[in-house]
Each structure stands twice: as C-alpha cells, then as structure tokens.
Ligand binder design. Structure first.
Ligand code: UT7
Length: 327
C-alpha cells in the first residue's frame, strides 16, 4: 500500500518581470543572468497571496484527479512565505476549498519542502491514517527578496504547485533525505527573529535592512547542490535496488540551469531526462517541483508505469530524493 499521485495542478501569477526589468533595479544584465542561471523571467504576485495561489493550485489538482474536496483527509502546504504566522496556510486552503474533512498543517523546509511534504503524505497513507492527501508547495518569494541584492533577486519567483495522492496498490519506495543544520548560514532569512521581552532579557536583536530578506552564499549553495544531489540520487536508487536506466525522468528543484546540467553530467545521464522550466519561473523554492510535475503531466510527458525521481535541496541545509511510479 502506498500513495499514488493521481492528479496535479499549479498556479502562476500572470504578472512577470524579465531580466531586463531586473537590470533596471540592480547592476546586472540579461546576458549575465541567462548565462549564470538560465532564468529569463520570473512571475510575481500582485493581488495573489501564498494562500490564494496554494488554494488555486490545489483546486486544479483536485479537478485533475477527479477528487471532491470533501474526500481529502490530509492537506499539507510546504512554504517559507506564508502571509501570516497563524493560522497555517493549509487551514486557510482547507477553508478556500471547502475540504472540511481534512487535517491540515504546514511544513517549512525551504526548497526541499515539497519533497518532504510528499514523503510525509506517503508515510501517512502507507499506515492507513489517511486515504487522500493534497500536497502543495506555494511561495511568494518576492516578499522575502531583497530587490537591491543582485546576488539573490535575479533568481527567485512566485507560484504554487500541487499533487493529489491516494492510497493504492503499488510499491512503497524508501525516500532518502538529509540535513546539515551546522551549514545553515549559507541561506537565511531572519525577519522573524525577536525576543519575547518577558523572560528573555536580551534586547530584541536589531536587524539590518538586508537581514529582513533572504541572504545567500550563492557559491556555497551551488557547490553543495552539485555534490549532494547526484549523491542522494545514487543513494535512493541503491536503497531501493532500482537501476539508473529504469528512471524515465528526474524532476529536480529548479534553482539554476547549471546545477541541473551538472547533476545530469555527474549521473552520466542525457540532459533530456532533466526537464526544466526555470527559464520561465526562476527558483520558486518549494513550488518548483510540483509546478514542473504539473506541466509534465498536462503535456502528457509522463508515461503510465514509468519511474520518476523527485529531488530537492536548499536552505537548512536540507536535501533528498524520492522515487515514484507514475500512474
Ligand atoms: O534553491 C536553492 C537556493 N539557491 C541556489 O541554488 C543558488 C545557487 N547559486 C547560484 O545559483 C549562483 O551561485 C549564483 C547565480 C547566485 C551566482 O552565480 P556565480 O556564478 O556563483 O557568481 P559569483 O557569485 O561567483 O560571481 C561572479 C561574478 C562576481 O564578480 P567578480 O568578483 O568576478 O568581478 C560577482 O560580483 O559575477 C558578479 N555578479 C554579478 N554580475 C552581474 C554576481 N551577481 C551578479 C549579477 N549580475 N546579478
């Protein structure tokens, strides 16, 4: 018994900014951004919120799966950019969709978040605790981006993706995931850091302007990704006794085209097995994997019965890979 992906959905804000628009904000160029990242444009929220995008992606995934909102008994939202601290985004999504029978909670594991949410849903479905899960990654990274920092603002974008998982007969693969908290300084956003002013005598830490937004050691994250992602893919194949040539496609977190290309090279796989859409959306953190999955699904590019690998990496540091049989 395992969770089978039986529908996908996504929502992308219509407003977009191309690299030339970014070059009006910071000292950069279309050529530099394309060459170093592969990103051409990114979509940015206007009226949308993390919750509204999550709900729309979820609604589309339910429609795609032919599942009614009342049938959903678990909603997980992976996000680092929720509009409010309470209630959790998943409960707001429940309200928007009318999924009144669902248990709802959020996960925060940055760009590995969707993968970990997917693994969590799989584990719950395998125990029989729930039968139908809606797993969503939704991000308004534009709210966390320092639009004066050319080292980060060129990369990120907004959007949401979702998958519906139902209990079914199939192979339960063991996921492989890792974390290295001691390397967390490579990618941070400290804007919620404060003391309670009651039992903590330290004055609330004064944040600089830059600390309110994401700060990244881009080269450190880059090196970590190109080393760790191929390793964890090898590991997930090994522990599940799956041969690399059985994998039809690798759905990687969309951070940088050069990272995806380096992973393909290290695995000695053709780049065609690594679909990409980061040119259109930039890095949408936990939304990137389900948005790509939805595009592949709707374009009919995933064959029934084929094996796919999902792999994520990012702040924490966290990273991991999972195998799924496409149904
Ligand atoms: O979801 C996971 C989160 N993050 C990531 O996956 C990010 C991983 N890292 C990256 O994608 C890349 O490190 C970046 C795209 C962020 C940066 O690319 P890079 O090739 O590592 O550039 P760099 O930081 O080594 O900078 C190279 C040069 C520097 O100039 P000098 O010192 O060689 O004269 C930078 O000052 O490029 C300069 N530079 C820029 N120039 C134009 C840095 N950012 C820009 C920019 N436009 N936006």
């Amino acid at each position: 018994m395992t969770g089978i992906i039986c529908g996908t959905g996504s929502y992308i804000p219509p407003y977009s900014m191309d690299n030339n628009d970014i070059a009006k904000l910071v000292e950069t160029s279309d050529e530099w951004i394309r060459e170093r990242t592969g990103v051409v444009r990114r979509h940015i929220i206007q009226e949308e919120t993390t919750v509204s995008m999550a709900a729309e992606a979820g609604r589309r995934a339910l429609e795609n799966a032919g599942v009614a909102p009342e049938e959903v008994d678990l909603i997980l939202v992976s996000t680092i950019s929720s509009n409010v601290i309470l209630p959790c985004a998943a409960c707001d999504v429940q309200k928007e969709l009318g999924a009144k029978n669902a248990t709802c909670f959020d996960l925060n594991a940055a760009c590995t978040g969707f993968l970990l949410a997917y693994n969590t849903a799989e584990a719950y479905l395998a125990t029989g605790a729930y039968k139908t899960a809606l797993v969503i990654g939704s991000e308004s990274l534009s709210n966390l981006t320092n639009w004066k920092d050319r080292g980060t603002c060129i990369l990120f974008g907004d959007g949401a993706g979702a998958a519906v998982l139902k209990t079914g007969e199939g192979r339960m693969y063991r996921p492989v995931t890792h974390s290295q908290g001691h390397k967390g300084e490579a990618l941070t956003c400290k804007s919620r850091h404060s003391s309670n002013g009651l039992t903590s005598h330290a004055e609330p830490e004064e944040l600089t302007h830059d600390e309110y937004f994401m700060q990244m050691d881009g080269q450190a994250v880059f090196k970590f990704a190109v080393r760790s992602v191929p390793e964890v893919i090898h590991e997930v194949l090994r522990v599940n006794e799956v041969e690399q040539n059985e994998i039809a496609c690798y759905v990687l977190h969309q951070a940088n085209r050069r990272i995806v290309e380096a992973v393909a090279k290290r695995l000695d796989e053709p780049i065609e097995k690594f679909p990409m859409n980061l040119q259109e959306y930039g890095n949408t953190s936990s939304a990137s994997i389900p948005i790509l999955l939805d595009e592949l699904n709707r374009a009919g590019k995933l064959e029934k019965g084929s094996k796919i690998v999902l792999a994520g990496f990012g702040a924490g540091l966290t990273w991991g890979a999972s195998i799924a049989d496409w149904q």
